[in-house]
Ligand binder design. Structure first.
Ligand code: 5GP
Length: 177
C-alpha cells in the first residue's frame, strides 16, 4: 500500500443529515409498500445501508449482494460476476438497491439488469456518492447522497486496499511518496 493521508471531504454530521433526508424521500416513495427489500452492494455499501435502513419507517427486509464487474472498459456494457448472491428471491417485491459510489456506472447497470431479470415489482436505486463526470453508461440513480468530483474517496464503508472502511467520515486519499 502506498503511503498516503486522508483529507476529510464530507463530515459525519453532514452525512447523517443527508442520510435522514434520503430516508424520508424513500419512505414517501414506498409509503404504500407491503415490504421493501433493501439490497446493499458489498462491501462498500454496508455502513450506508445500516444507517439508511435505521431511518426508514416502511417495513424493510435487508439482503446483500456482492458482485464484481469485469470486461473491456471500452464496451458499453460489462459482465457482472456474482460473488455472493441474495438469500431470497425478489419476484414481485419492491426493491431498493443501495450502492456506495456510482463511477462509470458499469457495476450498477449490470447489477440492475441482473435484478430486473428476477421480476421485482418496483426496482429503484440509491447511491451514497455519484461521480457524474466519470460516467460511461447513461444511468442516474433515483436518489444520490452527494455528487462529488473525480477523486478517490474512502471512509463510511469505502476502502483503499481494505483500509479506512471504518472511518466515520468520507475523505480523499492523497499520496505522499
Ligand atoms: P463503476 O462500475 O460505477 O465504475 O464503479 C463503481 C464501484 O467502483 C464502486 O462501487 C466502488 O467499489 C468503486 N469505486 C469507484 N470510485 C471509487 C472511489 O473513489 N473509491 C473507492 N474506494 N472505490 C471506488
Amino acid at each position: 500500500m502506498r503511503r498516503h493521508v486522508v483529507d476529510e471531504m464530507i463530515g459525519e454530521e453532514t452525512i447523517a443529515a443527508r442520510v435522514a433526508a434520503l430516508a424520508a424521500e424513500i419512505d414517501a416513495h414506498f409509503a404504500d409498500t407491503e415490504k421493501l427489500v433493501v439490497i446493499g452492494l458489498l462491501r462498500g455499501a454496508f455502513v450506508f445501508v445500516a444507517d439508511l435502513a435505521r431511518k426508514l419507517t416502511v417495513p424493510v427486509e435487508i439482503d446483500f449482494l456482492e458482485a464484481s464487474s469485469y470486461g473491456n472498459a471500452t464496451e458499453s456494457s460489462r459482465e457482472v460476476r456474482v460473488l455472493k448472491d441474495l438469500r431470497a428471491g425478489i419476484e414481485g417485491c419492491d426493491v431498493l438497491l443501495v450502492e456506495d459510489i456510482v463511477d462509470t456506472g458499469h457495476t450498477l447497470s449490470a447489477v440492475l439488469a441482473l435484478l430486473r431479470a428476477r421480476g421485482p415489482a418496483r426496482l429503484e436505486t440509491c447511491a451514497l456518492l455519484d461521480k457524474p463526470s466519470r460516467r460511461e453508461v447513461a444511468l442516474t440513480p433515483r436518489w444520490v447522497g452527494f455528487e462529488i468530483p473525480d477523486a478517490f474517496v474512502v471512509g463510511y464503508g469505502i476502502d483503499y486496499a481494505q483500509r479506512h472502511r471504518n472511518r466515520p467520515a468520507i475523505g480523499t486519499v492523497r499520496f505522499i511518496d
